[in-house]
Design a protein around this ligand. Structure first.
Ligand code: ATP
Ligand code: MG
Length: 430
């Protein structure tokens, strides 16, 4: 029997892999303009890190982690998310002593053993962005704006930024108690998951997707109404900054997010793009002011979000972001001497940053041309033995490409020694 990919995991091949690459490139560029630096942490961490930070009674820790014993007999887990690792690294390397504000991001695979479906995979990619050291709401707004701008720049349609507050150590218990009191008479009508955990974590009932639970949650008390003065002030500051940044948002009283470490601000970026279906959350995040201390570091306010790149690509559909052609220039030759004569040209073009495909197969000129067309080449160099003898090369501008005239191909003979300069000028639009 042939071996297949692990269930829920998938191979990322062109052109999808190139789409992901484009999204990554644009993310790197935008994050740099906000002063965020990339960090790389291991894919594997000791299990206790996730159990302690994400929370024992969360979906992730209860049933989604890839956990196993390594050969030393220690329990390790493939990271299901990135914040825990980022905070561990922040503490381990003593960042709070060396800088007052830390702006980090990471891009890479996460692992969760969930029911595989559209927009939900067992290995998927996240862009995570974390800002540590700032308690003021300005940084919450900065992250929301960054996320909004990134998805906007990529062209994601139907974006909605949902925000809520979960309160702090002072007012969360008040909200929790009010919620418990409200939910208790409805206990028997809750779904099995909610019944099991609502006494310990009544907030989770608010974001349960089961219809019956949703109806019950509709009448529940809201966290903002019960927020303490400091949390209320934080929320108001965030609203004013978002207004200044012209980022539209909506208050979503049911947004609680599934991770235990959130305090105060939580947010989600959703999209109404048809490609997403029910998995319509592209990114989720919030403040986690208690997590650094919880994991043994100095008390440090922090806020962050994670964006699912597969979800983002589903929201974008097949067309965006536009892909550059695999090769801008194709090298087509008749005969081995001609093929070899094109090699230094190809190298010189690549040195200029121009992508080049050389057809090494020695097949017919027609089939080589077909391949160049398929790759999306704007220009094709065609060299035969007789042209080589005359030290010229045929340069064809492909129909429909940016460099070619609309609808028609044009070709001309160019001295071999001038070919690179000529191609450069044509690709620059000259
Ligand atoms: P969901 O409610 O969809 O399960 P979540 O609350 O578990 O999401 P987070 O842990 O906050 O999500 O992760 C942030 C983002 O990562 C999500 O908004 C989503 O875009 C993406 N994501 C999470 N789990 C998966 C998965 N199994 N497959 C693909 N993307 C995922
Ligand atoms: Mg989940």
């Amino acid at each position: 029997m042939r071996i297949q990919a692990v269930k829920g995991m998938y191979d990322l091949l062109p052109p999808q892999s190139r789409r992901l690459g484009e999204v990554e490139r644009i993310s790197h560029e935008l994050l740099a303009t906000y002063g965020y630096c990339e960090v790389h942490t291991p894919l594997l961490e000791y299990t206790g890190l996730f159990a302690r930070s994400i929370g024992e009674e969360t979906d992730i820790v209860e049933k989604e982690m890839y956990t196993f014993e390594d050969r030393d007999g220690r329990s390790v887990t493939l990271r299901p998310e990135g914040t825990a690792s980022a905070v561990r690294a922040y503490i381990e390397h003593g960042l709070s002593a060396s800088e007052a504000v830390t702006r980090w991001y990471y891009l890479g695979p996460m692992f969760r053993h969930e029911r595989a479906q559209r927009g939900r995979y067992r290995q998927f990619h996240q862009l995570g962005v974390e800002a540590l050291g700032v308690s003021e709401p300005g940084i919450d707004a900065e992250l929301c704006a960054l996320l909004w701008e990134l998805c906007g720049r990529l062209g994601a349609p139907g974006l909605e930024l949902h925000l809520n507050t979960l309160g702090c150590a002072e007012c969360r218990p008040v909200f929790r108690a009010a919620l418990l009191e409200y939910l208790a008479p409805h206990e028997a009508s809750l779904c099995e998951d909610c019944r099991r955990r609502f006494r310990h974590n009544p907030l989770r009932v608010l974001d349960c997707k089961v219809e019956g639970c949703r109806r019950i949650a509709d009448g529940a008390p809201t966290s903002l109404a019960l927020a303490c003065a400091a949390c209320r002030g934080h929320w108001d500051g965030l609203m004013l900054d978002l207004e200044a940044l012209r980022v539209p948002s909506q208050h979503d009283v049911r947004l609680v997010r599934g991770l235990d470490y959130y305090t105060r601000t939580t947010f989600e970026l959703q999209s109404t793009a048809p490609g997403l279906g029910v998995q319509n959350t592209i990114a989720g995040g919030g403040r986690y002011d208690g997590l650094v201390a919880e994991l043994g570091g100095p008390p440090t306010p922090a806020v962050g979000f994670a964006m699912g790149l597969e979800r983002l690509l589903l929201a974008l559909g097949d067309e965006r972001p536009p892909l550059r052609p695999v090769a801008q220039v194709g090298c087509v030759s008749r005969g081995e001497a001609a093929r070899r004569a094109l090699l230094p040209l190809a190298r010189d073009l690549r040195e200029l940053g121009i992508s080049v495909d050389v057809d090494h197969r020695g097949s017919s000129v027609k089939s080589q041309m077909k391949r160049a067309d398929k790759l999306g080449c704007a220009l094709v160099l065609i060299l035969g033995e007789d042209e080589l003898a005359r030290q010229v090369v045929t340069l064809r501008e492909m129909a429909g490409s940016a460099a070619g005239e609309a609808g028609a191909t044009r070709q001309s003979e160019v001295p071999l020694a001038e070919a690179v300069a000529r191609i450069r000028a044509l690709l620059a639009g000259g």
